[in-house]
Write a protein of this length. Structure first.
Length: 84
């Protein structure tokens, strides 16, 4: 059987970074939970789509003062890398 090209055998985010995201706005927590579910199934395609949404939402919330610079950077480091 051919391997599904939309599935990954490697982790999709950095599991070594410890960060308590429970204090974040519900919108971000929901996106992070989606990412973690996609990671469990190795679904990199949908992970990438949701990560884009997480990145945009995080940047918007940071620029409006709803999350700190630390929160913003940790979210990006843990779930996709900091590109700014």
């Amino acid at each position: 059987m051919e391997k599904d090209p939309f599935k990954s055998d490697v982790p999709l985010y950095d599991h070594n970074i410890k960060y308590n995201y429970q204090k974040l706005p519900k919108t971000l927590v929901d996106l992070i939970k989606k990412l973690e579910e996609y990671d469990k199934t190795g679904d990199w395609f949908n992970y990438d789509l949701v990560f884009d949404e997480l990145e945009i939402t995080s940047k918007t919330l940071y620029s409006r003062g709803y999350i700190t610079s630390y929160d913003y950077k940790m979210i990006l480091f843990k779930y996709g890398g900091l590109y700014d």
